[in-house]
Design a protein around this ligand. Sequence first.
Ligand code: TYD
Length: 201
Amino acid sequence: MPFVSLEGVDGAGKSTHVGWMADWLRARGHAVVETREPGGTPLGESLRDLLLGQAMCPDTELLLMFAARAEHIHQVIRPALARGEWLLSDRFTDASYAYQCGGRGIPAERLHVLEQWVQHGLQPDITFVFDVDLAIARQRLAAHGAADRFEQEDGAFFSRVQHVYRQRAAAEPARVRLVNTDRTLDQIRADLVGMLLEIGA
Ligand code: TYD
């Protein structure tokens, strides 16, 4: 069954859509595993705490993201797909390209190596990238209160992150779908439903 990932800069509203999407798929009778990165396993959640809270150099950050991902693929993603269930992941490898390459400036070649090593060709069937006006994303983050290590980054960082997401959507339009969030929730959901039906929902 399909492997779906959801992406976007912090404050794009992604989290609202993940829960709704899982409910919508379940209401249509599908078995759905809802998970997230970094995280999704006990070890991955411990790594998430470190990644979101602890200062570290960009290479360490990238390697820990992929350590968490290796565990997640092994324990959660492949088993769910083998059982024929839908797998919905709140972020996956596109986030590493956007944040660690775009945001932190790590060359993409390093990430290609890790991607092949850890994923052995596994890719989401569809990736929704929630695209947002960065000023709106910033307001949402400010309203949230305590910001994690990524959310504390400046506007230039998020503009590089969003730029990479847009580039990836342009380079792989069949898989990576940009979702314009500058619309009503009903309009956005109608769009998502159309794309989910396309992949067999
Ligand atoms: P996020 O998905 O925004 O969760 P929440 O909505 O609970 O804040 O938090 C995860 C953070 O991790 C986010 O800022 C992006 C970052 N991240 C990376 O930098 N690289 C990655 O590969 C992944 C999966 C996440």
